[in-house]
Design a protein around this ligand. Structure first.
Ligand code: KMT
Ligand code: NI
Length: 180
């Protein structure tokens, strides 16, 4: 997993958008934003993913296949929705089985985007309340496990003044020591 500041230049969301030279963001900077990651080889991943799921109380999971073939008619709408800046009231946990893509997370208070390039074997946890978005990259396909604690809470809350005061958003900022 590699992370770097997004260059904010116009153009295809699937392009890397890496500054030249790149401005990397390391795992400890991500951890300060409560963004956690592990790498677990896909070959024989089950027992290690099971162990992390047990430790962190992720009781349920399903598989998502983001590709034209995997999604059919809802593909274009889903791709558009994933890339709209939003937060959730629960963690967003993904283990990448195949393919690749980009999760963009908002740094606060700079409001810069940090782009996280995920590939097979990456397990990424975005905390509740973090503003983020997702896009496929130029390979146009990704398959991932979605893990969740109880009921999946996929409801996206689009960034807005109302979402800015959502209790999970405010709790997130307090947890990372920023703002209110
Ligand atoms: C999400 O919620 O943004 C997604 O599930 C994106 C695809 S998972 C790699
Ligand atoms: Ni999301």
């Amino acid at each position: 997993m590699r992370a770097y500041y997004f260059d904010n230049l116009p153009g295809d969301q699937r392009a890397p958008h890496d500054y030249v030279p790149s401005q990397p963001v390391d795992a400890s900077a991500l951890a300060k934003m409560s963004v956690l990651s592990w790498h677990i080889s896909v070959e024989g991943y089950e027992s290690q993913v099971d162990a992390i799921a047990r430790e962190r109380g992720y009781k349920n999971r399903d598989t998502i296949n983001v590709s034209k073939e995997g999604m059919g008619e809802v593909y274009e709408a889903k791709i558009k929705g994933f890339f709209e800046e939003h937060m959730h009231e629960d963690e967003e946990i993904r283990y990448i089985l195949s393919g690749s893509g980009f999760f963009d997370v908002r740094e606060t208070p700079s409001d810069a985007w940090i782009r996280i390039a995920v590939a097979p074997g990456d397990l990424l946890v975005l905390p509740a309340g973090i503003y983020h978005r997702f896009t496929l990259d130029e390979t146009d396909a990704i398959k991932a496990l979605r893990l969740f604690q109880d009921e999946p809470k996929w409801v996206p809350h689009a960034r807005s003044q109302a979402t800015d005061v959502n209790v999970h958003r405010v709790g997130y900022l307090q947890a990372i020591g920023v703002g209110a």
